[in-house]
Design a binder for this molecule. Sequence first.
Ligand code: 13P
Length: 257
Amino acid sequence: MRKKIVAGNWKMNTDLDGAKELASGVCGLLNREVQGGTSQVPEVVLFPPHVFLPPVVRICADHQGISAGAQNCHQEEKGAFTGEVSAGMLASLGVTHVLVGHSERRAYFGEDDQMLAKKVERALAHGLTPVFCCGEMLQEREAGNHFEVIKSQLGNGLFWLDEIQIRKTVIAYEPVWAIGTGVTASPDQAQEVHAFIRKLLADKYEAGVSANLSILYGGSCNAQNARELFSRQDVDGGLIGGASLKAEDFIKIIQSF
Ligand code: 13P
């Protein structure tokens, strides 16, 4: 059975008090869900800015089914990389996941496939689950190239892993034109790409990999559209940006299975 996952990418938002309040708010509401036992409760991962990871890790540690992830890690083990944060440092805090290849990192920080492959390797070496993001830009979709783009991003960044390693990853499909725009992919569009990714996995790895790897959708996913997106066969949850910044909105997305 594939894991259902709802993840909140806070990006460069909140301050210390706000981060603690948001994490506590989500944990409190999630507790009610778990105890209520009425709906299927997915695994939840919060991705605060690096500096707020220690308190968010601590808050999550008191609750079931929720943990903290990092928005990025450096690709090298350690050394003279001023201002950077390594996978080992994150693991030592109790962080469980790390985003790799978010389109904002690719676009604004020049992260290429080769660098992303190294980040994946480094994350796995420290027992972190890489959440590998892929997705096409608007002009690529309009030109009908989205499948090629996604195939190439996954091929270069992720599919060099062996059978054992790939099972320890999560994939997030985030079409760049849907991120922060209010224009979400339709459930059919999301399903089509997710099924394509699963086929790529099936072509490359043994059947169990494709069947068991969680593929999340991200891009203007919110409390209004999550249920329909998550109802599709190959959509195993969401990577949520803006709508993860209010505990009440985020919990509604968590309730959408
Ligand atoms: P929005 O939900 O704000 O569109 O952001 C999606 C995203 O980039 C999550 O990583």
